[in-house]
Design a protein around this ligand. Structure first.
Ligand code: ADP
Length: 320
């Protein structure tokens, strides 16, 4: 396609999901391998909608790392920014929703390959060709990938890319909640588009109110668009000149994994070639309706990547 390149930076890993729901990890009779990692999900969300995407990050030079690189390739994501670490292994996560309703996590990260990307390993030519550059915050947790993240952001910005940030809080990965808050906010004022969930809004503001006042307390002068996603309640949007909300679609939800990544991928696909949409409320609302539809469809199937919709699927929900 002729659309501008969206480069997504960060982690990619494998989630091991119990084959039976409502059990603890120790009781699981078996696991399904689900490729994940928010930045990788976003890249695939873009290509599935017909946009152009590249993933920048590090994988282990092992069976899992090559499996993940293959999934990106199969989905048409440019892999020229992928490095393979010769020592560390690909990150693995074991996640289950137990019968008591609590989520239980276990991670293979000591450290995993994704955390070992070095600034000098970045494919700068690829990053400079980005029209939009998207990232999360997990890559800020430790060095050297923190420095790689900061450098990639700077290079993309200097080359004129639209910077897009979804902090995508994964509290169990951080040494402490305070550290997570400090690091997430340390790059806050660089991004022009920021998407937070209602849970992240509460976490970052320290208030249990989800309203305009709490959202706008996160506003900064470089921002063009702040989005708060609210699951089945849709999303709220804030710009310098207007604010409002767009309702969600009613669907049969089976697994919400990846809904936020699908939403962000859709938004970036629609604005990458025309940033002026961010200043035009009517057009922005159309784009957010499209992004809500993508998020909704993603919740109707298990897993993140297998559930990301094509443009045809989205249009049929919009026409329904
Ligand atoms: P995150 O995955 O980052 O927590 P959300 O769960 O809020 O983000 O999902 C992102 C978007 O996906 C929402 O704004 C909404 O449009 C859509 N979505 C998520 N969950 C549902 C749902 N249960 N029903 C319909 N749409 C949903």
């Amino acid at each position: 396609s002729d659309s501008g390149l969206i480069v997504s930076f960060g982690e990619m890993l494998i989630d091991f999901v119990p084959t039976v729901s409502g059990v603890s990890l120790a009781e699981a009779p078996g696991f399904l391998k689900a490729p994940g990692g928010a930045p990788a999900n976003v890249a695939i969300a873009v290509t599935r909608l017909g946009g152009k995407a590249a993933f920048v990050g590090k994988l282990g030079d092992d069976e899992f790392g090559h499996m993940l690189a293959g999934i990106l390739k199969e989905n048409g994501v440019n892999g020229d920014g992928i490095n393979f670490d010769q020592g560390a292994r690909t990150a693995l996560a074991f996640v289950t929703l137990r019968a008591d309703g609590d989520r239980e996590f276990m991670f293979y990260r000591n450290p995993s390959a994704d955390m070992l990307l070095k600034p000098e390993e970045l494919n700068l030519e690829l990053i400079r060709s980005a029209k939009a550059f998207h990232y999360g915050s997990i890559s800020l947790i430790v060095e050297p990938c923190r420095s790689a993240h900061l450098k990639a952001m700077e290079v993309a910005k200097d080359a004129g890319a639209l910077l897009s940030y979804d902090p995508n809080l994964r509290l169990p990965l951080w040494p402490s909640a305070e550290e997570a808050r400090v690091q997430i906010m340390s790059i806050w004022d660089k991004a022009e588009v920021i998407k937070v969930s209602d849970v992240e809004l509460e976490f970052l503001t320290g208030s249990d109110k989800i309203d305009d006042e709490s959202a706008l307390s996160l506003w900064h002068p470089n921002l063009k668009l702040l989005l708060v996603t609210l699951g089945e309640k849709g999303c709220r949007y804030y710009t310098k000149h207007f604010k409002g909300s767009v309702d969600a679609f009613h669907v049969k939800t089976v697994d919400t994994t990846g809904a936020g990544d699908s939403f962000v991928g859709a938004l970036l696909t629609k604005v990458v070639d025309d940033h002026s949409i961010l200043e035009d409320e009517a057009r922005l609302r159309e784009v957010l309706k499209f992004a809500n539809a993508c998020g909704a469809i993603t919740t109707t199937k298990k897993g993140a990547i297998p559930a990301l919709p094509t443009e045809t699927e989205v249009l049929s929900l919009l026409d329904a």
